[in-house]
Design a protein around this ligand. Structure first.
Ligand code: FAD
Ligand code: NAD
Length: 470
């Protein structure tokens, strides 16, 4: 293909495919180049979607095993059919990635399969996935780098995706391991650690820091660790992993206390490495194209998402910030609009973050620690789910909603929720924050009864010390 494009997007993940659709909507002749053989990126293929599918299936199993009897539902002969569970997960993934391909067709975006390389400004070559065919060269006015991220490796712990796995291998284990060690008590560690614990593994989470989910509001992360421990996850905090050796009868993990001291070993069937993700730019030709690479490999961009080279833009995980699919998608829309001569912006202070454990954990805006560090005076309203009638009906009362508002203006500065459907509940507060609303605004809005969102309203009332139901 030698036609000139207005835009060639490299990477078909949430950042890239969304940017391509928006660019096409705005009349740009657009192509998206993707090397993994399917659209949707990390998120749809090996991230958000398969992990949530497995979280849902394993949650159903845990409910049937531990909760149904309490509701007067007796179950006998309960067992996990992992093959069916994994096949369902794969079907969800295939359905959604296939759907993105349809969206490309609908929007007349050319989907080009292969690995893209920037040859020069305005030139991208694509190495086909199979065969020895010559690379295809695409001429384009603009190039958008949306190549995402990959797992951060841990020295001494070699991932083989069988016994020592990244999240990708952990989403496709052929049998439930008897024992599992998870390195990193972050989002992936807690979500996938929960999946395998629910399905029967004895899971030990090894974390370098003294808190799980670092960066989250301290009160929430402490509460989360307490609940997840009660559910059966074992946490080994302030511990440094020094190596892992895979053998016929399992993996031997060596570790030592962070502050120094006696080394110890842990023998497990499977080790999951989940210590963060790093930008993926291998083979992209950045150096040759003169594109600057910044701290830890992230690509620096200006307010218009343009790199230091005119006509080359970058968005999504590869530019850093919150490594989240919805942040990547929003950057896709805004970047395409800017390329088309429009203006757009993202409020990075109001991007929700959700951990899909049970209960869910959700956050937006500032934590109490951040407000204290910045010397900002705030009022706090906190409401426990034990006092919410719907949570009581559902027998799902662990956790609370916490709203933080400016002490002078009452403007909502942050919200932190641990509890049932926290990921859905947080959206109300995100919307209010986008409109620069106050806690009083939330408190004055009518909320349906009996509903979990009433907890958000009560927390907002609590900011002014006038919650009704506590
Ligand atoms: P990616 O999704 O990584 O897409 C980049 C694409 O570019 C890839 O498909 C890659 O193959 C392709 N590519 C790279 N280089 C080239 C090249 N040279 N040529 C052609 N193609 C190339 N986020 C959430 O918001 N919610 C969640 O619940 C969630 N769960 C997650 C669970 C797991 C296990 C993981 C690993 C991540 C999860 N994330 C979640 C994070 C989310 O997946 C990422 O933030 C998101 O995918 C980033 O989108 P992106 O388009 O920037 O990059
Ligand atoms: P993370 O940054 O969430 O957590 C990594 C954890 O590993 C941290 O607690 C860190 O202190 C710890 N750690 C780092 N080095 C260590 C070491 N050597 N030994 C022990 N512990 C160590 O990273 P992740 O869980 O790998 O997730 C990667 C990214 O994917 C995140 O940025 C997240 O935003 C995204 N993600 C999002 C979701 C979601 O939105 N629900 C789900 C999964 C992943």
């Amino acid at each position: 293909m030698s036609d000139a494009y207005d835009l060639v997007v490299i990477g078909g993940g949430p950042a890239g495919y969304v940017a391509a659709i928006r660019a096409a909507q705005l009349g740009m002749k657009t192509a998206v180049v993707e090397g993994r053989g399917a659209l949707g990126g990390t998120c749809l293929n090996v991230g958000c979607i398969p992990s949530k599918a497995m979280l849902q299936s394993s949650h159903h199993y845990e409910m049937a095993d531990k909760e149904f009897a309490h509701h007067g539902i007796d179950v006998s002969g309960l067992k996990v059919n992992l093959k069916t569970m994994l096949a369902r997960k794969d079907k969800v993934v295939e359905g959604l990635t296939g759907g993105i391909e349809m969206l490309m067709k609908k929007n007349k975006v050319d989907y080009i399969k292969g690995w893209g390389k920037i040859d020069a400004v305005g030139k991208v070559s694509v190495k086909p996935l199979e065969g020895k065919a010559k690379a295809q060269v695409l001429n384009t006015a603009n190039i958008l780098i949306a190549t995402g991220s990959e797992v951060t490796p841990l020295p001494g712990v070699t991932i083989d995706e069988k016994q020592i796995v990244s999240s990708t291998g952990a989403l496709a284990l052929p049998k439930v391991p008897k024992t599992m060690a998870v390195i990193g008590a972050g989002v992936i560690g807690l979500e996938l650690g929960s999946v395998w614990r629910r399905l029967g593994s004895e899971v030990t989470v090894v974390e370098f820091l003294d808190v799980a989910l670092p960066g989250m509001d301290g009160e929430v992360s402490k509460h989360a660790q307490r609940i997840l421990s009660k559910q059966g996850l074992t946490f080994k905090m302030k511990t440094k992993v020094t190596g892992a050796k895979a053998g016929k009868d399992g993996v031997t993990l060596t570790m030592e206390p962070r502050e120094g001291g006696k080394a110890e070993t842990l023998k497990v069937d499977v080790v999951l490495v989940a210590i963060g993700r790093r930008p993926f730019t291998e083979g992209l030709g950045l150096k040759e194209a003169g594109v600057e690479v910044g701290e830890r490999g992230f690509i620096p961009v200006d307010a218009d998402y343009q790199t230091n080279v005119e006509g080359i833009y970058a968005i999504g995980d590869v530019i850093g910030g919150a490594m989240l699919a919805h942040k990547a998608e929003d950057e896709g829309v805004v970047c395409a609009e800017i390329m088309a001569g429009q203006t757009g912006h993202i409020d990075y202070g109001a991007i929700p973050g959700i951990v899909y454990t049970h209960p869910e954990i959700a956050a937006v805006g500032k934590t109490e620690e951040q407000l204290k560090d910045a010397g900002i005076a705030y009022n706090k309203g906190k409401f426990p789910f034990t006092a919410n009638s719907r949570a009581r009906c559902n027998d799902d009362t662990d956790g609370f909603v916490k709203i933080l508002a400016d002490a002078t203006t009452d403007k909502v500065l942050g919200c932190h929720i641990i509890g049932p459907q926290a990921g859905d509940l947080i959206q109300e507060v995100v919307n209010v924050m986008e409109f620069e609303g106050s806690a009083e605004d939330i408190a004055r809005i009518c909320h349906g009864h009996p509903g979990l969102p009433e907890s958000v309203k009560e927390a907002a009332l609590g900011v002014a010390g006038r919650a009704i139901h506590i």
